[in-house]
Design a protein around this ligand. Sequence first.
Ligand SMILES: NC(=O)c1ccc[n+]([C@@H]2O[C@H](COP(=O)([O-])OP(=O)(O)OC[C@H]3O[C@@H](n4cnc5c(N)ncnc54)[C@H](O)[C@@H]3O)[C@@H](O)[C@H]2O)c1
Ligand SMILES: [Fe+2]
Length: 379
Amino acid sequence: MMKLLPVPEILIGESSLEKTVSILDRLKAGKVLVVTDSGIVKAGIYDQLKTLLEAAGKTIVLFDRVQPDPEINLVREAVELAREAGVDAVIGLGGGSSLDTAKVAAALVTNPKDINAYIGVDLLEKDALPTIAIPTTAGTGSEVTHIAILSDDSEQLKKGIVSAKMIPRYAILDPKLTIGLPPYATAVTGMDALIHALESFTSIHANAYSEALGLRAIELISKNIRTAFSHGTDLKAREAMLFGSLLAGMAFANVGVAAAHAFAYPLGGMFHVPHGLSTSLMLIPVMAFNMTGNEGKYEMMAQSLTGRRDVTAQTALDEIERLVADLKLPRNLAGVNVPESALPIMALKVMDVTRLLGNNPRKVTQDDALAIYRFAYAR
Ligand SMILES: NC(=O)c1ccc[n+]([C@@H]2O[C@H](COP(=O)([O-])OP(=O)(O)OC[C@H]3O[C@@H](n4cnc5c(N)ncnc54)[C@H](O)[C@@H]3O)[C@@H](O)[C@H]2O)c1
Ligand SMILES: [Fe+2]
Protein backbone atom coordinates (compact mmCIF):
# COMPACT_ATOMS: atom_id res chain seq x y z
CA MET A 1 0.00 0.00 0.00
CA MET A 2 1.13 3.53 -0.71
CA LYS A 3 0.08 6.53 1.35
CA LEU A 4 0.44 10.00 -0.13
CA LEU A 5 0.67 13.00 2.17
CA PRO A 6 -1.99 15.69 2.13
CA VAL A 7 -1.08 19.02 0.57
CA PRO A 8 -2.10 22.52 1.65
CA GLU A 9 -4.52 24.65 -0.32
CA ILE A 10 -2.03 26.35 -2.64
CA LEU A 11 -2.23 29.81 -4.17
CA ILE A 12 0.42 30.74 -6.72
CA GLY A 13 0.86 33.99 -8.58
CA GLU A 14 1.59 37.66 -8.49
CA SER A 15 -0.10 39.45 -5.57
CA SER A 16 -1.42 36.20 -4.07
CA LEU A 17 -0.17 37.61 -0.73
CA GLU A 18 -3.35 39.72 -0.71
CA LYS A 19 -5.41 36.55 -0.22
CA THR A 20 -3.99 36.12 3.29
CA VAL A 21 -6.79 38.16 4.85
CA SER A 22 -9.62 36.17 3.30
CA ILE A 23 -7.92 32.96 4.42
CA LEU A 24 -7.70 34.27 8.00
CA ASP A 25 -11.38 35.23 7.78
CA ARG A 26 -12.24 31.71 6.65
CA LEU A 27 -10.27 30.37 9.62
CA LYS A 28 -12.14 32.85 11.89
CA ALA A 29 -8.71 33.99 13.04
CA GLY A 30 -8.53 37.48 14.56
CA LYS A 31 -5.23 37.13 16.39
CA VAL A 32 -2.30 35.66 14.53
CA LEU A 33 1.34 34.86 15.26
CA VAL A 34 3.67 35.93 12.45
CA VAL A 35 7.02 34.12 12.47
CA THR A 36 9.79 35.69 10.40
CA ASP A 37 13.39 36.97 10.56
CA SER A 38 15.15 40.32 10.58
CA GLY A 39 16.21 39.98 6.92
CA ILE A 40 12.57 39.74 5.85
CA VAL A 41 11.70 42.74 8.01
CA LYS A 42 14.61 44.77 6.55
CA ALA A 43 13.64 43.81 3.00
CA GLY A 44 10.20 45.40 3.65
CA ILE A 45 8.42 42.09 3.08
CA TYR A 46 6.97 41.88 6.58
CA ASP A 47 5.59 45.42 6.21
CA GLN A 48 3.57 44.33 3.17
CA LEU A 49 1.88 41.61 5.22
CA LYS A 50 1.46 43.84 8.28
CA THR A 51 -0.28 46.55 6.24
CA LEU A 52 -2.73 44.01 4.82
CA LEU A 53 -3.51 42.43 8.19
CA GLU A 54 -3.83 45.69 10.09
CA ALA A 55 -6.15 47.17 7.46
CA ALA A 56 -8.38 44.15 8.04
CA GLY A 57 -8.34 44.66 11.81
CA LYS A 58 -6.25 41.58 12.63
CA THR A 59 -4.06 41.54 15.74
CA ILE A 60 -0.47 40.51 15.06
CA VAL A 61 1.84 38.87 17.57
CA LEU A 62 5.28 39.10 15.99
CA PHE A 63 8.26 36.78 16.39
CA ASP A 64 10.96 38.17 14.10
CA ARG A 65 14.08 36.65 15.62
CA VAL A 66 14.40 33.49 13.53
CA GLN A 67 18.02 32.74 12.57
CA PRO A 68 19.14 30.73 9.53
CA ASP A 69 19.20 27.00 10.32
CA PRO A 70 17.20 27.70 13.51
CA GLU A 71 18.70 26.57 16.78
CA ILE A 72 16.42 24.54 18.99
CA ASN A 73 16.56 27.01 21.93
CA LEU A 74 15.48 29.87 19.71
CA VAL A 75 12.61 27.81 18.34
CA ARG A 76 11.64 27.10 21.96
CA GLU A 77 11.23 30.87 22.45
CA ALA A 78 8.87 31.08 19.48
CA VAL A 79 6.92 28.16 20.95
CA GLU A 80 6.63 29.91 24.34
CA LEU A 81 5.35 33.07 22.69
CA ALA A 82 2.81 31.10 20.65
CA ARG A 83 1.59 29.27 23.76
CA GLU A 84 1.30 32.43 25.88
CA ALA A 85 -0.24 34.69 23.24
CA GLY A 86 -3.40 32.69 22.63
CA VAL A 87 -3.38 33.09 18.84
CA ASP A 88 -5.90 31.53 16.45
CA ALA A 89 -3.46 30.84 13.60
CA VAL A 90 0.22 31.06 12.68
CA ILE A 91 1.79 32.61 9.60
CA GLY A 92 5.33 31.65 8.57
CA LEU A 93 6.84 34.33 6.35
CA GLY A 94 10.36 33.81 5.00
CA GLY A 95 12.71 31.07 3.90
CA GLY A 96 12.77 27.54 5.25
CA SER A 97 14.11 28.71 8.61
CA SER A 98 11.06 30.92 9.29
CA LEU A 99 8.60 28.40 7.86
CA ASP A 100 10.04 25.54 9.93
CA THR A 101 9.99 27.65 13.10
CA ALA A 102 6.38 28.67 12.40
CA LYS A 103 5.36 25.05 11.82
CA VAL A 104 6.91 23.93 15.11
CA ALA A 105 5.37 26.85 17.02
CA ALA A 106 1.91 26.02 15.59
CA ALA A 107 2.33 22.34 16.42
CA LEU A 108 3.49 22.92 19.96
CA VAL A 109 0.51 25.08 20.90
CA THR A 110 -1.71 22.01 20.61
CA ASN A 111 0.96 19.49 21.71
CA PRO A 112 1.96 20.53 25.23
CA LYS A 113 5.28 18.76 25.91
CA ASP A 114 8.79 20.17 25.44
CA ILE A 115 10.08 20.31 21.89
CA ASN A 116 12.53 17.43 22.53
CA ALA A 117 9.61 15.06 23.03
CA TYR A 118 8.57 15.50 19.39
CA ILE A 119 11.91 15.19 17.63
CA GLY A 120 11.58 12.14 15.40
CA VAL A 121 8.91 10.72 13.15
CA ASP A 122 5.14 10.87 13.83
CA LEU A 123 5.39 11.89 17.47
CA LEU A 124 2.89 14.79 17.42
CA GLU A 125 -0.42 13.75 18.94
CA LYS A 126 -2.71 16.60 17.84
CA ASP A 127 -3.09 18.67 14.67
CA ALA A 128 -1.14 21.93 14.71
CA LEU A 129 -2.91 25.29 14.85
CA PRO A 130 -3.90 26.31 11.30
CA THR A 131 -0.75 27.53 9.58
CA ILE A 132 -0.26 29.68 6.49
CA ALA A 133 3.17 29.28 4.90
CA ILE A 134 4.43 32.15 2.74
CA PRO A 135 7.86 31.32 1.29
CA THR A 136 10.22 34.11 0.27
CA THR A 137 12.87 31.75 -1.11
CA ALA A 138 12.35 29.17 -3.86
CA GLY A 139 14.23 26.50 -2.04
CA THR A 140 13.14 24.29 0.80
CA GLY A 141 9.56 23.44 -0.17
CA SER A 142 8.81 23.67 3.57
CA GLU A 143 5.43 25.22 2.71
CA VAL A 144 4.20 21.77 1.66
CA THR A 145 6.29 19.39 3.74
CA HIS A 146 5.64 17.63 7.04
CA ILE A 147 9.21 18.35 8.12
CA ALA A 148 10.91 20.97 10.29
CA ILE A 149 14.70 20.93 10.61
CA LEU A 150 16.30 22.27 13.79
CA SER A 151 19.96 22.76 14.68
CA ASP A 152 21.20 21.45 18.00
CA ASP A 153 24.39 23.39 18.73
CA SER A 154 25.21 21.36 21.84
CA GLU A 155 25.42 18.17 19.76
CA GLN A 156 26.55 19.92 16.55
CA LEU A 157 23.71 18.15 14.77
CA LYS A 158 20.60 18.90 12.77
CA LYS A 159 17.43 17.18 13.91
CA GLY A 160 13.97 16.87 12.44
CA ILE A 161 10.37 16.92 13.60
CA VAL A 162 8.46 14.93 11.02
CA SER A 163 4.68 14.69 11.19
CA ALA A 164 1.76 15.15 8.79
CA LYS A 165 0.00 16.97 11.65
CA MET A 166 2.34 19.90 10.98
CA ILE A 167 1.69 20.35 7.23
CA PRO A 168 0.57 23.95 6.66
CA ARG A 169 -3.14 24.38 5.90
CA TYR A 170 -2.38 27.02 3.23
CA ALA A 171 0.62 27.90 1.07
CA ILE A 172 0.82 31.28 -0.63
CA LEU A 173 3.50 31.59 -3.33
CA ASP A 174 3.80 35.19 -4.44
CA PRO A 175 6.77 35.73 -6.78
CA LYS A 176 6.91 39.42 -5.88
CA LEU A 177 8.17 38.43 -2.42
CA THR A 178 11.24 36.74 -3.91
CA ILE A 179 12.47 39.44 -6.31
CA GLY A 180 14.69 41.04 -3.67
CA LEU A 181 16.47 37.80 -2.80
CA PRO A 182 20.13 38.50 -3.68
CA PRO A 183 21.79 36.43 -6.47
CA TYR A 184 23.90 34.29 -4.15
CA ALA A 185 20.91 33.40 -1.94
CA THR A 186 18.84 32.75 -5.08
CA ALA A 187 21.53 30.34 -6.26
CA VAL A 188 21.94 28.34 -3.05
CA THR A 189 18.23 28.09 -2.27
CA GLY A 190 17.48 27.21 -5.90
CA MET A 191 20.13 24.46 -5.79
CA ASP A 192 18.45 23.10 -2.65
CA ALA A 193 15.15 22.85 -4.53
CA LEU A 194 16.82 21.19 -7.50
CA ILE A 195 18.54 18.67 -5.21
CA HIS A 196 15.19 17.82 -3.58
CA ALA A 197 13.89 16.98 -7.04
CA LEU A 198 17.00 15.00 -8.07
CA GLU A 199 17.28 13.04 -4.82
CA SER A 200 13.57 12.23 -4.63
CA PHE A 201 13.73 11.00 -8.24
CA THR A 202 16.42 8.45 -7.41
CA SER A 203 15.14 7.60 -3.91
CA ILE A 204 14.57 3.89 -3.42
CA HIS A 205 10.99 4.82 -2.44
CA ALA A 206 10.30 6.79 -5.64
CA ASN A 207 6.89 6.13 -7.23
CA ALA A 208 4.91 7.42 -10.21
CA TYR A 209 3.60 10.40 -8.20
CA SER A 210 6.98 11.55 -6.89
CA GLU A 211 8.72 10.89 -10.23
CA ALA A 212 6.23 12.99 -12.16
CA LEU A 213 6.62 15.85 -9.68
CA GLY A 214 10.40 15.47 -9.57
CA LEU A 215 10.98 15.53 -13.32
CA ARG A 216 8.77 18.59 -13.83
CA ALA A 217 10.51 20.32 -10.92
CA ILE A 218 13.94 19.58 -12.45
CA GLU A 219 12.75 21.06 -15.74
CA LEU A 220 11.23 24.22 -14.21
CA ILE A 221 14.24 24.90 -12.00
CA SER A 222 16.96 24.19 -14.57
CA LYS A 223 15.17 26.38 -17.15
CA ASN A 224 14.71 29.33 -14.79
CA ILE A 225 17.42 29.36 -12.15
CA ARG A 226 19.98 31.27 -14.25
CA THR A 227 17.46 34.01 -15.08
CA ALA A 228 16.35 34.28 -11.44
CA PHE A 229 20.04 34.52 -10.47
CA SER A 230 21.07 37.15 -13.03
CA HIS A 231 17.76 39.05 -13.52
CA GLY A 232 16.22 38.88 -10.07
CA THR A 233 13.21 41.03 -10.95
CA ASP A 234 11.99 38.67 -13.69
CA LEU A 235 8.65 37.66 -12.18
CA LYS A 236 8.06 34.79 -14.64
CA ALA A 237 11.37 33.15 -13.69
CA ARG A 238 10.72 33.79 -9.99
CA GLU A 239 7.26 32.22 -10.20
CA ALA A 240 8.60 29.20 -12.09
CA MET A 241 11.26 28.77 -9.39
CA LEU A 242 8.61 28.88 -6.64
CA PHE A 243 6.50 26.37 -8.56
CA GLY A 244 9.53 24.11 -9.07
CA SER A 245 10.51 24.17 -5.41
CA LEU A 246 6.90 23.46 -4.41
CA LEU A 247 6.71 20.39 -6.69
CA ALA A 248 10.10 19.21 -5.46
CA GLY A 249 8.85 19.63 -1.88
CA MET A 250 5.78 17.48 -2.61
CA ALA A 251 8.03 14.85 -4.19
CA PHE A 252 10.61 14.56 -1.44
CA ALA A 253 8.08 14.82 1.39
CA ASN A 254 6.64 11.54 0.12
CA VAL A 255 9.76 9.58 -0.78
CA GLY A 256 12.62 11.35 0.97
CA VAL A 257 15.89 12.94 0.04
CA ALA A 258 19.07 10.92 0.33
CA ALA A 259 22.85 10.98 0.60
CA ALA A 260 23.56 14.54 -0.65
CA HIS A 261 21.37 15.81 2.19
CA ALA A 262 22.79 13.31 4.69
CA PHE A 263 26.37 14.35 3.85
CA ALA A 264 25.37 18.02 4.11
CA TYR A 265 24.14 17.64 7.71
CA PRO A 266 27.62 17.47 9.35
CA LEU A 267 28.67 20.49 7.27
CA GLY A 268 25.72 22.45 8.63
CA GLY A 269 26.01 21.08 12.17
CA MET A 270 29.79 21.50 12.57
CA PHE A 271 30.64 24.46 10.33
CA HIS A 272 27.33 26.29 9.80
CA VAL A 273 27.63 26.01 6.03
CA PRO A 274 24.12 27.15 4.91
CA HIS A 275 21.79 24.33 3.93
CA GLY A 276 21.58 24.97 0.17
CA LEU A 277 25.32 25.46 -0.16
CA SER A 278 26.19 22.36 1.86
CA THR A 279 23.88 20.14 -0.22
CA SER A 280 25.19 21.69 -3.43
CA LEU A 281 28.81 21.00 -2.38
CA MET A 282 27.98 17.34 -1.80
CA LEU A 283 25.81 16.85 -4.90
CA ILE A 284 28.42 15.95 -7.53
CA PRO A 285 30.42 13.58 -5.29
CA VAL A 286 27.20 11.82 -4.23
CA MET A 287 25.77 11.73 -7.77
CA ALA A 288 29.03 10.28 -9.10
CA PHE A 289 28.85 7.57 -6.42
CA ASN A 290 25.17 6.81 -7.05
CA MET A 291 25.35 6.69 -10.85
CA THR A 292 26.56 3.08 -10.97
CA GLY A 293 23.49 0.91 -11.43
CA ASN A 294 21.16 3.88 -11.88
CA GLU A 295 22.10 4.96 -15.39
CA GLY A 296 18.51 4.80 -16.70
CA LYS A 297 17.26 7.27 -14.11
CA TYR A 298 20.26 9.53 -14.67
CA GLU A 299 19.41 9.67 -18.38
CA MET A 300 15.86 10.75 -17.54
CA MET A 301 17.19 13.44 -15.20
CA ALA A 302 19.62 14.57 -17.90
CA GLN A 303 16.72 14.93 -20.34
CA SER A 304 14.81 17.14 -17.89
CA LEU A 305 17.94 19.14 -17.06
CA THR A 306 18.78 19.85 -20.70
CA GLY A 307 15.47 19.56 -22.58
CA ARG A 308 17.35 17.26 -24.99
CA ARG A 309 16.89 13.58 -25.90
CA ASP A 310 20.48 12.84 -27.01
CA VAL A 311 21.89 12.47 -23.51
CA THR A 312 23.71 9.87 -21.43
CA ALA A 313 23.78 9.32 -17.66
CA GLN A 314 27.02 11.32 -17.52
CA THR A 315 25.20 14.32 -19.05
CA ALA A 316 23.33 14.76 -15.75
CA LEU A 317 26.63 15.29 -13.90
CA ASP A 318 28.04 17.52 -16.64
CA GLU A 319 24.93 19.73 -16.52
CA ILE A 320 25.13 20.14 -12.75
CA GLU A 321 28.83 20.99 -13.06
CA ARG A 322 27.98 23.68 -15.62
CA LEU A 323 25.19 25.03 -13.43
CA VAL A 324 27.39 25.30 -10.32
CA ALA A 325 29.94 27.24 -12.40
CA ASP A 326 27.30 29.54 -13.94
CA LEU A 327 25.91 30.31 -10.47
CA LYS A 328 29.43 31.10 -9.24
CA LEU A 329 29.14 28.68 -6.33
CA PRO A 330 32.19 27.14 -4.65
CA ARG A 331 32.84 23.65 -5.94
CA ASN A 332 34.69 22.01 -3.06
CA LEU A 333 34.83 21.89 0.73
CA ALA A 334 38.24 23.55 0.82
CA GLY A 335 36.51 26.52 -0.84
CA VAL A 336 34.28 27.03 2.23
CA ASN A 337 37.14 26.61 4.74
CA VAL A 338 36.23 23.17 6.03
CA PRO A 339 39.52 21.76 7.40
CA GLU A 340 40.77 18.51 5.88
CA SER A 341 41.30 17.16 9.40
CA ALA A 342 37.51 17.19 9.95
CA LEU A 343 36.75 14.71 7.15
CA PRO A 344 37.06 11.51 9.26
CA ILE A 345 34.76 12.82 11.99
CA MET A 346 32.23 13.99 9.41
CA ALA A 347 32.39 10.53 7.83
CA LEU A 348 31.55 9.04 11.25
CA LYS A 349 28.69 11.48 11.84
CA VAL A 350 27.08 10.98 8.46
CA MET A 351 26.66 7.27 9.11
CA ASP A 352 24.19 8.24 11.89
CA VAL A 353 21.90 10.01 9.42
CA THR A 354 20.20 6.70 8.73
CA ARG A 355 16.80 8.35 8.01
CA LEU A 356 18.25 9.81 4.79
CA LEU A 357 20.95 7.28 3.91
CA GLY A 358 18.20 4.65 3.99
CA ASN A 359 16.59 6.34 0.94
CA ASN A 360 19.80 6.34 -1.10
CA PRO A 361 19.85 4.22 -4.26
CA ARG A 362 23.31 2.84 -3.40
CA LYS A 363 24.40 1.59 0.02
CA VAL A 364 27.01 3.83 1.65
CA THR A 365 29.67 2.23 3.88
CA GLN A 366 31.94 4.06 6.33
CA ASP A 367 34.81 3.79 3.80
CA ASP A 368 32.58 5.12 1.02
CA ALA A 369 31.62 8.05 3.25
CA LEU A 370 35.22 9.08 3.80
CA ALA A 371 36.02 8.69 0.10
CA ILE A 372 33.00 10.86 -0.82
CA TYR A 373 34.07 13.59 1.64
CA ARG A 374 37.66 13.43 0.35
CA PHE A 375 36.42 13.87 -3.21
CA ALA A 376 34.16 16.75 -2.11
CA TYR A 377 37.12 18.35 -0.35
CA ALA A 378 39.66 18.34 -3.12
CA ARG A 379 37.85 17.98 -6.44
N1 LIG B 1 11.06 21.77 6.19
C1 LIG B 1 11.65 21.28 5.13
O1 LIG B 1 11.07 20.44 4.45
C2 LIG B 1 13.02 21.75 4.78
C3 LIG B 1 13.61 21.33 3.59
C4 LIG B 1 14.88 21.81 3.28
C5 LIG B 1 15.52 22.69 4.14
N2 LIG B 1 14.93 23.07 5.30
C6 LIG B 1 15.56 24.02 6.24
O2 LIG B 1 15.31 25.35 5.80
C7 LIG B 1 16.37 26.19 6.25
C8 LIG B 1 16.95 26.98 5.10
O3 LIG B 1 15.97 27.78 4.52
P1 LIG B 1 16.31 28.76 3.29
O4 LIG B 1 17.37 28.16 2.49
O5 LIG B 1 15.02 29.07 2.63
O6 LIG B 1 16.93 30.06 3.96
P2 LIG B 1 16.65 30.86 5.34
O7 LIG B 1 15.21 30.79 5.70
O8 LIG B 1 17.62 30.36 6.35
O9 LIG B 1 16.99 32.35 4.92
C9 LIG B 1 18.33 32.72 4.60
C10 LIG B 1 18.47 34.23 4.59
O10 LIG B 1 17.80 34.77 3.45
C11 LIG B 1 17.04 35.91 3.83
N3 LIG B 1 15.89 36.01 2.92
C12 LIG B 1 14.95 35.06 2.70
N4 LIG B 1 14.09 35.47 1.76
C13 LIG B 1 14.47 36.71 1.38
C14 LIG B 1 14.00 37.66 0.42
N5 LIG B 1 12.96 37.38 -0.36
N6 LIG B 1 14.65 38.82 0.29
C15 LIG B 1 15.75 39.09 1.03
N7 LIG B 1 16.27 38.25 1.94
C16 LIG B 1 15.64 37.06 2.11
C17 LIG B 1 16.64 35.64 5.26
O11 LIG B 1 16.39 36.86 5.94
C18 LIG B 1 17.87 34.92 5.80
O12 LIG B 1 18.80 35.84 6.30
C19 LIG B 1 17.40 25.28 6.91
O13 LIG B 1 17.22 25.28 8.30
C20 LIG B 1 17.06 23.93 6.32
O14 LIG B 1 17.51 22.86 7.13
C21 LIG B 1 13.69 22.63 5.61
FE1 LIG C 1 17.17 20.60 1.32
